[in-house]
Design a protein. Structure first.
Length: 253
């Protein structure tokens, strides 16, 4: 990325898909790659955030939204590219929404919106009013535009630093490139540029302890850190640790 006045930016997207199309997670990764290709953006990570599942809320499959965390020296260009991407790629029947928020503009009201979106039915008018009050870019691109609710929630939840799981990180390897096998802790942390590996109880393996990793490597976001959840196991094999299962990670993120 060219050097200049770089700012940290959160980009929330939601409801880009329909029952037959690729999901919001896929679109967030594709958009992130396009942004980086300009030379004016460095994507640090993408998180998935689970929102409230309720009969009063229209959603495609799981009601999750995504947030791209990045740095840029050209926010107008990033904004235009995000708009163009959603215009070109929203699926028929979707209600795509986009939120673009410089990290320095985050406040407690926006974080609370995200937390509330996990347990209550929220409404478009309130999202629009909040965006207007705090000068947040918030825009819909298809259907009813109801995706703006989840897009705003995604930025609030990412800014809060204690929700969701990473679906992409800038490491030596991408999460989806990791194959099942045994690796020691320090190499795992290095390859994925993670902050920690630990159990749900907070116990961590030592740097040289060996860990069995499965085919679904998804760090969670806790205290603004990327943490892989592991389990200690009683085994005679060389590894005494393994990554938590998909079901465990889904239940906590």
């Amino acid at each position: 990325m060219e050097h200049g006045n770089q700012i940290n930016v959160l980009i929330g997207i939601d409801d880009t898909d329909n029952a037959d199309s690729r999901g919001t997670g896929f679109h967030s990764r594709q958009l992130a790659h396009q942004l980086e290709s300009t030379g004016h953006a460095t994507v640090k990570g993408i998180t998935r955030h689970q929102l409230y599942v309720h009969p009063a809320i229209r959603y495609t499959s799981q009601n999750s939204s995504a947030c791209i965390e990045m740095q840029t020296d050209n926010l107008p260009l990033v904004t235009t590219l995000c708009e163009d991407y959603l215009i070109e790629n929203n699926a028929p029947g979707s209600d795509a929404g986009l939120c673009i928020l410089p990290e320095k503009s985050v406040n407690d009201h926006i974080i609370k919106w995200g937390i509330t979106a996990k347990c209550e039915v929220l409404h478009m008018d309130d999202a629009i009013a909040m965006a207007r009050e705090y000068s947040v870019y918030l825009k819909g691109f298809s259907g009813t535009h109801e995706g703006i609710i989840g897009a705003l929630a995604a930025t609030g939840l990412r800014a809060g630093g204690n929700d969701g799981r990473f679906i992409w990180r800038k490491g030596i390897k991408e999460l989806r490139e990791m194959k099942p096998g045994i690796i020691n802790t320090q190499d795992l942390l290095h390859e994925l540029q993670l902050d920690a590996v630990m159990t749900l109880e907070g116990e961590s393996p030592s740097a040289h302890d060996k860990i069995y990793i499965n085919d679904w490597v998804r760090p969670v976001l806790k205290e603004n850190k990327s943490i892989l959840i592991a389990e200690k196991i009683d085994t005679n094999d060389e590894h005494k640790w393994k990554l938590a299962t998909k079901e465990v990670i889904r239940n906590i993120s």
